[in-house]
Design a protein around this ligand. Structure first.
Ligand SMILES: [Zn+2]
Length: 76
């Protein structure tokens, strides 16, 4: 798998949107590829920071749905 495909998977990796196979592909690629490993580490740090920043404002499932609806409404 090429590096640019990896970068896409890496961003989804932390959203928990990957299948086991894709996660494995990411994990085995970053062991061998310095630039992608760096990307992975930076993404992990960023996601960690975001999660800490948002932790006091945890959305309930209902809030999330309302927010999504509002966003979709603005889009059309
Ligand atoms: Zn790579």
């Amino acid at each position: 798998m090429s590096c640019w495909q990896m970068r896409l998977l890496i961003s989804e990796y932390f959203d928990d949107e990957l299948s086991d196979e894709e996660r494995q592909a990411v994990e085995s690629h970053i062991v061998l590829c310095g630039p992608c490993y760096k990307e992975f580490v930076e993404m992990r740090a960023l996601v960690g920071k975001l999660k800490r920043a948002l932790a006091p404002y945890r959305f309930t499932a209902q809030d999330k749905e309302a927010l999504l609806e509002r966003l979709q409404g603005e889009g059309s």
